[in-house]
Design a protein around this ligand. Structure first.
Ligand code: NAI
Length: 363
């Protein structure tokens, strides 16, 4: 019997290519993993009538650990995002996205080492929306007026932003626990509480309460307004440590952080719940590059390193990271995006497969 069984979701667009590269790299570490391949996404819709067949969730529930490629969100079909569905169905409440500099990536900065901890289940991502002109929107507009809460124009579409004590508490606790487990020194709660008093204001209040629970354990706590955070991230990216954010700000600031370290091609992530964990890159399915053996699989490979750590395979995780650092640092066998960032041209770039070969060779 294999030591670990992991659900592998190849996904759409560049997903199958980058997950194949990832799988080869993980197998080269010698860690004994049985991959249970589960198909989800736009490509399975004709066959199953849904982009998320129930067997996929069953597989993750059974194995507790999954790694996936990106999945395209079909526009205008009425299907909600498979990624959001997986996170909600499995209650993967914490999205953890480390952003650290890799020498040779062509990033603007070389001293970034921060971690985004994003709440994954509520906020504007809860998907509670009222279409412009609908009965629901009209009722809500009337209700807001009758409560004296404010005037909403009658031709408005409305998305709700629920932020609860329960979800705020567990995500801030997760950030502190992460900080403690990973030798981090500071947790920053990011919000817009000065304007959004009842949603972000609540998040901040709860964050302060949780911070008080952790007092004296060597983790500093501070809070920051989200817009100021963005500016300070660009001005002084080296000052940040662990950032904990509600869902939407976490989404946006994750991409900002990916930009600081050289782009989406190298930014890994994890979605963690009480029972299951699903590892995936920050980026999407990049349909423009699908099937061209061009995409950078680093984000997927580093997501696998996070997964290996989660599985208790710390040595293998370290070897994968070191091999990636070595190949990108050497600058020879790198994909088009890194080549363009470092030289201004894609000349001499290698494909997804050749890059994975180089990483395997460096282990
Ligand atoms: P995207 O991340 O796919 O692409 C943004 C830009 O980054 C494009 O220029 C793309 O070519 C480039 N890029 C992304 N990954 C790359 C890689 N590994 N190597 C080199 N270049 C890379 O975002 P976009 O275009 O907004 O979304 C495309 C689709 O992906 C949409 O259907 C979206 O819903 C979905 N998506 C899925 C996610 C997931 O599965 N977790 C996350 C984000 C988007």
């Amino acid at each position: 019997m294999s030591k670990h069984t992991v659900t592998l979701i190849p996904g759409d667009g560049i997903g199958p290519e980058i997950t194949t590269a990832m799988r080869r790299v993980v197998e080269a570490t010698g860690v004994d993993i049985e991959w249970e391949v589960a198909e989800a996404g736009a490509s399975v819709m004709p066959r199953y009538g849904t982009p998320l067949p129930p067997e996929v969730l069953d597989s993750i529930r059974r194995n507790k650990v999954a790694i996936k490629g990106p999945i395209t969100t079909p526009v205008g079909t009425g299907f909600r995002s498979v990624n959001v569905s997986i996170r909600k169905e499995l209650d993967l409440f914490a999205c953890v996205r480390p952003a650290f500099s890799i020498a040779g990536s062509g990033a603007r900065y070389d001293d970034v080492d921060l971690v985004i901890v994003r709440e994954n289940t509520e906020d504007l991502y809860a998907g509670i929306e009222f279409e412009e002109g609908s009965e629901g929107a009209r009722k809500l507009i009337d209700f807001a007026a009758s409560e004296g809460a404010g005037v909403i124009r009658p031709d408005s579409g409305i998305s709700l932003k629920p932020i609860s004590i329960f979800c705020s508490r567990r995500i801030v606790r997760h950030a502190f626990e992460y900080a403690l487990a990973n030798g981090r020194k500071r947790v920053t709660a990011v919000h817009k509480a000065n304007i959004l008093k009842h949603s972000d204001g609540l998040f901040l209040r709860v964050a302060r309460e949780v911070a008080a629970e952790y007092e004296g354990r060597g983790i500093e706590f501070e809070d920051y307004i989200v817009d100021a955070t963005c500016m300070q991230l660009v001005l002084h990216p080296e000052r940040w440590d662990v950032l904990v954010l509600p869902n939407l700000y976490g989404d946006i600031v994750s991409d900002l952080a990916a930009g600081l370290i050289g782009g989406l091609g190298i930014a890994p992530g994890a979605n963690i719940g009480a029972e299951c964990a699903v590892f995936e890159p920050v980026h999407g399915s990049a349909p423009r590059y699908a099937g061209k053996d061009m995409a950078n699989p680093t984000a997927e490979i580093l997501s696998a390193a996070l997964m290996l750590k989660h599985l208790g395979e710390e040595v293998a995780a370290g070897r994968v990271l070191a091999a990636v650092r070595s190949v990108i640092g050497a600058g020879e066998q790198v994909t088009y995006d890194v080549k363009r960032s470092t030289t201004g041209s894609t000349d001499g770039a290698v494909g997804t497969r050749a890059y994975a070969d180089a990483v395997i060779g460096a282990m």
